[in-house]
Design a binder for this molecule. Structure first.
Ligand SMILES: [Zn+2]
Length: 330
């Protein structure tokens, strides 16, 4: 169907399995096509069932596209990749307990997770897209940021450098992952020389309207850069402001972990600047005695802290974007 914006929209479904009650389980496919040829972009969300906000961000992108024209190219989306987890507010595919975002590129004869991943991945790959943007969410106490895959030699350098260029254009913090996440959608795309970035857009479970606007703005900024859309009239501030704060590319870092069991009290908030050796949290035993102090390992920004203050030895309680030379091993 055509609307006044001269963009054609097509919504369909992709069958993933027949359930025991013979019901058909399907994924939603959304497509907006501009009048002219141009980049082919994929937006994906809710691969982790409890990370619901990305679905709303995709809805908002398409709502805007109905008002504004898609000047060129195609925007495809799968707003809900893991409906089985979504219905039970579960990160995993509830039936098999698998993490869909560790199952790519998938396998048609493999486990349930691999089968669903294969359906998604082969659909995305059909037209060799220009870019895949996978939307994710994080702890309740976390700031939005964009994640680049860790550089490893067998990934295509051209696709990797395009990812960095595109992510910078979103306006949000640019963080380089410190570890390779095998089986993630972005990693599987990069292996096929397809640029892919991950956006971590604040809390899971509940839709935070502020983060929806931010996610929409970040994606729209990139589409403007690709000359696929006109800028929005409204200007939404991107927090934390990467330009104002002068952050370049940051390195994801989860250290220090806790080494004692007890309760943790945080002295810093997501978005705070962190200095090396800054006191950032204290762990107490169950009599209230301080047993461990945690310090920043490098200077950078606090991306988030864990939602649960009960800790044990080896628990990850922080996510940082540290300012490190790219070559530094973590
Ligand atoms: Zn996720």
């Amino acid at each position: 169907m055509m609307n006044k914006s001269q963009t054609s929209f097509h919504y369909s479904t992709l069958k993933i399995l027949t359930a025991s009650d013979f019901s058909q389980r399907k994924l939603p496919l959304m497509c907006a096509r501009g009048l002219k040829e141009g980049p082919d972009i994929w937006l994906t969300a809710c691969g982790h069932g409890e990370e619901i906000g990305g679905m709303a961000i995709i809805h908002e992108v398409f709502r805007k596209l109905r008002k504004k024209s898609l000047l060129k190219g195609t925007i495809n989306a799968i707003p809900l990749m893991n409906p089985i987890g979504f219905e039970t507010a579960n990160r995993f595919i509830s039936l098999s307990g698998e993490d869909l975002n560790r199952s790519f590129p998938g396998k048609a004869t493999g486990s349930l997770g691999q089968r669903i991943a294969e359906k998604i991945f082969s659909t995305i790959l059909e037209n060799k897209p220009s870019l895949v943007i996978d939307l994710h969410h994080d702890w309740i106490h976390s700031v939005p940021y964009g994640l680049l895959d860790a550089p490893i030699p067998d990934l295509d350098p051209e696709a990797m450098s395009l990812c960095g260029e595109y992510l910078k254009k979103t306006g949000i913090l640019v963080v380089r992952d410190s570890e390779t996440v095998y089986g993630s959608l972005s990693h599987a795309c990069l292996r096929e020389k397809i640029p892919a970035i991950t956006l971590e857009l604040g809390e899971s479970y509940v839709i935070n309207e502020k983060n929806i606007i931010l996610g929409l703005s970040a994606i729209w900024n990139l589409l403007v850069y690709l000359e696929m859309v006109e800028p929005l009239e409204e200007r939404f501030p991107i927090m934390p402001d990467r330009k104002k704060s002068g952050w370049g590319e940051l390195m994801y870092h989860n250290l220090p972990l806790t080494t004692k069991a007890g309760i943790i009290r945080y002295f810093v908030e997501p978005g705070d600047r962190i200095r090396e050796r800054q006191k950032i949290a204290q762990v107490y035993d169950i009599f209230g005695r301080p047993i461990e102090t945690l310090y920043g390992k490098h200077s950078g920004i606090l991306l988030g802290h864990a939602d649960n203050s009960a800790v044990y030895p080896g628990k990850q309680v922080f996510a940082f974007g540290y300012q490190l030379p790219k070559t530094d091993a973590i």
